[in-house]
Design a protein around this ligand. Structure first.
Ligand code: FES
Ligand SMILES: [Fe+2]
Length: 391
């Protein structure tokens, strides 16, 4: 049973300072209606980050992806600008592209309507007898998209605010790393039986490290700094490491070179950044690793894991061998996180689960997210109707 007033009051507890803030109320991790509201206000009414796209280098390089059940094409056009199209034909709605690759144009596999890389319909076989048929009006549905430091942002709503207003000092905070020169070398995806927020939270907190990762990465991380002051819908926390955070503590001898041009103050460190709502990454000396999380239902999510390295590192003869140790570290940590998350989810759906309190420093990025989340939810008319309907 829902206690509507208390949900709102509990959300207000998330708006306090770091050392006073409470965790997001448990009901927000298992309720279907709340998930629908989240999808609307977080995923459709603001810019969302859909991954690092520098590996799409040439005109016509593309990937396809389903974002909240919307299949999209992410492609470089002739002028090398990234574009994001709905992956659906303007004739009889066939899906246009699959997987990843390079193409001169987007040709529908069904009746061969042909679109150029800018999404304009150029070729329509056997349509000469169609009256009042105007190719000009049949460009692919395009969503506003922009690139920042190699990351692609897209907006599915009608009135996008300026991206720079949403992630104001994002570039500044990451300017010490050569983000633009990084290329992804492995992406894999998997489903986890937990709420989408829980997955992002565990990646962003230090508190669980000695308890969930005692033998693998727990000792690599030192106490983090307090989070940076961010302006906009993201949070970021920097911390020193013993060696590289991208390798297991027992496999540090496999380290690849540092990224070119790093300042001494970011050697042996990791910066953890969460671009709200659903993409988070860690950037260290040598590698960038990214998690993009899409809700499937209130208690399950699909996760895309991507690992990136500088182009100079990828060209090394030893890269193929040593990169495997990096992938091994990513997978080993996640294999320890997943049972912890599924166990947490079992607790979150317990009707007696109660709102907890954060460790101000060790869960600092999670506090910032809870604050942002609660503020958005409380001010949403959808959420207020939900509260009223449950009085
Ligand atoms: S559905 Fe695409 S050309 Fe017919
Ligand atoms: Fe973890």
């Amino acid at each position: 049973m829902l206690h509507n007033l208390s949900i709102e009051e509990e959300l207000r507890n998330c708006l306090k300072n770091h050392d006073e803030s409470s965790c997001i109320p448990p009901i927000c991790y298992s309720n279907e209606k709340i998930l629908e509201i989240e999808k609307d206000i977080f995923f459709k009414q603001q810019w969302i980050c859909i991954g690092h796209v520098k590996f799409l280098k040439k005109a016509g390089d593309y990937i396809t992806k389903d974002i909240l059940n919307t299949p999209v094409i992410i492609i470089r056009d002739k002028s090398l600008q990234i574009r994001v199209f709905a992956n659906v034909c303007k004739h009889r709605s066939a899906k246009l592209l699959e997987g990843t690759g390079n193409t001169k144009g987007i040709i529908c596999p069904f009746h061969s309507w042909a679109y150029n890389l800018e999404g304009k319909l150029k070729g329509v076989p056997n349509m000469n007898d169609a009256r009042h048929f105007n190719k000009e009006n049949l460009s692919l549905k395009e969503f506003p998209s922009e690139e920042r430091q190699g990351f692609c942002f897209v907006h599915f709503g009608d009135n996008p605010e300026k991206l720079d207003d949403q992630i104001d000092n994002f570039e500044n905070i990451h300017s010490k790393w050569p983000m633009e020169s990084l290329l992804s070398t492995r992406e894999r995806s998997f489903n986890v039986n937990c709420n989408w927020k829980a997955f992002l939270e565990v990646f962003n907190e230090y508190y669980h490290l000695p308890f969930v990762h005692p033998e693998t990465i727990g000792d690599v991380y030192q106490l983090p700094n307090f989070p940076d002051k961010t302006k906009g819908s993201f949070t970021s926390q920097f911390g020193k490491t013993s060696g590289t955070g991208a390798l297991l503590e027992k496999e540090q001898e496999y380290a690849l070179p540092e990224m070119p041009g790093l300042n001494a103050d970011v050697i042996n460190s990791v910066r953890y950044t969460w671009i709200f709502p659903n993409l988070t990454f860690a950037i260290g000396n040598d590698a960038l690793w990214i998690y993009e999380v899409h809700p499937i239902g209130p208690e399950s999510c699909k996760v895309f894991q991507t690992t990136c390295f500088p182009e100079t590192t990828i060209k090394l003869d030893r890269f193929e061998k040593l990169s495997k140790q990096y992938y091994h570290r990513m997978d080993a940590a996640i294999e320890e996180d997943i049972p912890a998350l599924e166990n947490q989810q079992a607790g979150l759906r317990n009707p007696y689960a109660e709102q907890g309190r954060f460790s101000p420093l060790l869960e600092a990025n999670v506090v910032s997210f809870a604050n942002w989340y609660a503020k958005k939810l409380i001010s949403s008319s959808n959420f207020n109707s939900f509260l009223n309907s449950n009085t």
